[in-house]
Design a protein around this ligand. Structure first.
Ligand code: GLU
Length: 602
């Protein structure tokens, strides 16, 4: 809904984040972070992100009469400053929008695209004939896709917003210029990337001042990024897709800015690649129909290809709908959650990629197919993994199966945000530069990191004699797992959730939905609950999940422990008209939820 009557004259953007970052001189140790509250209930709009400054910026836009789309773009632009290792204009993402006026869900596919020069064997080392190691491909020009984030913001604002891109970039530019306090997460993400960042003059100068990560509590400024945002504000997105920022980006891919004196050693040669200014000029966002799966009377909307998120979450829900999880013991409910997830992953790996046919997507999301898949689940034992994909050919009956094939995929970075406004519009947005730190290259003089999204392609065929849907190709977009999800009840918002976490995104979104819809948890509990991720192999799980369930589940489950999975955000629309915004209480340092007006309990 476009609340035109409420659009005030130009908002005073110069003051927009004065209360957010604070003037740099006010506190010598660095501007104070706004409070990090993981749960907020109230009315008038809500924001949940992983970062208190981004949440404060989004909330300020809502307070001044902006819509959910306006606030989501302003918050995302701020995340590009404060969470630069997860997201930014060097990357891509998927934007899901519920329009309260039409009661329709729309999506924007702002996924990075392969340059025209990419081929099926671009991620195979020509001198050995073997796929590159992951880090070898990642820290190179080969992994960088043509970014889609800036056009996503522009298109979202043009279609559904009430503010200009220039207006929504201004608060983020101010945060970049004035600085923000370095927290543990920021410093540790640099430390984890020190060897890669230290190879590049631009990245080292920005993120390794004096050869090491900035101290926790110090003020971090990124004047180049402030200037880039302002240049885009003045000249529009063409300066990026057709102008000098784009030329610098392409030069970085073609001639990685190697440091004369690297900080530390890197074990691989750093390869350039062939992205061109024509690739940038050819980039387009897409507006695919959302996926839809009806679950226990609710309508679950997600992201279609090139993401596998909406399809895999939807298929797993359709399988689970055949069981009454509520009346099961928690162990049986978790057993079914894990098994449904494995089955959906087998299908995702076999059938889902940028060029999947609409027919296959429809079949994978059909109840008849889910019924056939569900009959493979055995209540008394876990299926041996990997399970085979099914055959979504429209002819369903018994438990048919195709031969099994192996997969990999469990990296994590990325960020997610959820925004709702007073008119009932909702945005669920997941954006990324792929690995934490992307491809390690800051575009010199421009202040942002490039993505390594093209490593989301399979480097070599994974499906045996069957075709692999996710091999690289010219202009193709790598398969994603990002799963921004909006759930409606009778056409009105009930819930919006999303998370980062590579392929674990799918299972985390699925688990949060099961926790909330079936297991009687409220949204904050559904987010906080210990997580497990079954992706058709050994189940990856947090220690608290293993402590609670391992040994109590039916036989056959195998776990590998991982410290934490995901960093989710969400909003629930309560029956009394309030919104309940939730972010992580602990994972990745905790997130920040806020509402425009507080009212009633908590
Ligand atoms: N590149 C991943 C994807 O699109 C996301 C990375 C992450 O969340 O860590 O699925």
């Amino acid at each position: 809904m476009r609340p035109r009557a409420l659009i005030t004259a130009t908002i005073a953007l110069t003051t927009l984040v004065a209360g957010v970052a604070g003037p740099a001189h006010a506190k010598p140790a660095g501007p104070a972070e706004p409070p990090k509250t993981p749960v907020a209930r109230g009315y008038g709009g809500a924001v949940s992100t992983v970062d208190p400054t981004a949440t404060a910026v989004g909330l300020d836009v809502l307070r001044r009469g902006g819509t959910a789309v306006d606030a989501a773009v302003a918050a995302a632009a701020t995340l590009g400053v404060t969470e630069p290792f997860s997201a930014g204009i060097g990357g891509g993402g998927f934007f899901v929008y519920y329009d309260a006026r039409t009661r329709k869900v729309h999506t924007i596919d702002g996924r990075e695209a392969a340059p025209a020069s990419m081929t099926e064997t671009s991620l195979v080392n020509p001198s050995t004939g073997r796929p590159y190691e992951f880090d070898e491909a990642r820290i190179s020009g080969l992994s960088a896709g043509v970014p889609g984030t800036l056009l996503t913001w522009q298109d979202a604002l043009r279609r559904w917003g009430t503010r200009s891109l220039a207006q929504m970039l201004a608060p983020a530019a101010r945060v970049a210029e004035k600085g923000f306090a370095v927290d543990e997460t920021f410093a540790s993400q640099i430390a984890a990337n020190q060897a890669a960042f230290g190879q590049f003059s631009s990245t080292g100068a920005l993120y390794l001042p004096g050869g090491r990560p900035p101290a926790v509590g110090s003020t971090f400024r990124n004047p180049d990024l402030a200037e880039t945002y302002r240049l885009i504000a003045r000249r529009g997105t063409d300066v990026f897709y057709r102008g000098e920022v784009g030329r610098d980006l392409v030069a970085t891919v073609q001639h990685p800015p190697l440091a004369a004196k690297p900080v530390g050693a890197w074990p691989y040669p750093i390869r350039p690649a062939g992205m061109t200014t024509a690739d940038l000029a050819a980039y387009r966002t897409r507006f695919p129909e959302p996926t839809r799966s009806d679950y226990r009377g609710l309508q679950v909307y997600g992201m279609s290809t090139p993401s596998s998120g909406g399809i895999a979450v939807g298929e797993a829900l359709n399988i689970l709908e055949r069981y009454d999880l509520r009346s099961m013991t928690p162990e049986q409910a978790m057993h079914h959650y894990l098994e449904a997830s494995a089955l959906a992953f087998a299908d995702r790996n076999r059938y889902v990629g940028d060029h999947s046919s609409p027919q296959v997507v429809r079949e994978l999301l059909s109840d008849a197919y889910a019924k056939e898949r569900a009959c493979r689940i055995d209540a008394s034992a876990a299926l041996p993994k990997p399970v085979a994909p099914g055959v979504p050919d429209g002819a369903y009956g018994g438990c048919s199966a195709a031969p099994a094939a192996d997969t990999r995929d469990d990296r994590k970075s990325t960020t997610n945000l959820t925004v709702a406004d007073r008119w009932g519009n909702v945005v669920e947005y997941t954006l990324t530069i792929e690995a934490t730190g992307g491809n390690g290259m800051v575009v010199p003089g421009r202040g942002f990191l490039l993505n390594n999204e093209l490593t989301d392609f399979n480097f070599a065929p994974t499906q045996g004699s069957a075709p692999d849907p996710n091999l690289p190709g010219p202009g193709k977009r790598p398969r994603s797992s990002m799963s921004p999800t909006i759930v409606l009840a009778d056409g009105r918002p009930f819930l919006a959730v999303g998370t980062p976490g590579g392929a674990t995104i799918i299972t985390t979104v699925l688990q949060m939905l099961v926790n909330r819809i079936d297991l009687r948890m409220d949204l904050p509990q559904a987010l906080a609950a210990p997580r497990a991720s079954q992706r058709n192999g050994t189940t990856q799980a947090e220690p608290a999940f293993i402590a609670a369930y391992a040994g109590k589940l039916p036989r056959g489950h195998a776990f590998s422990e991982t410290a934490e999975i995901g960093a989710a955000t969400g909003i629930e629309f309560l029956r009394d008209g309030r919104m309940l915004a939730a972010a992580e209480p602990v994972r990745r340092g905790g997130g920040a939820a806020a509402v425009v007006g507080r009212w009633g309990r908590g």
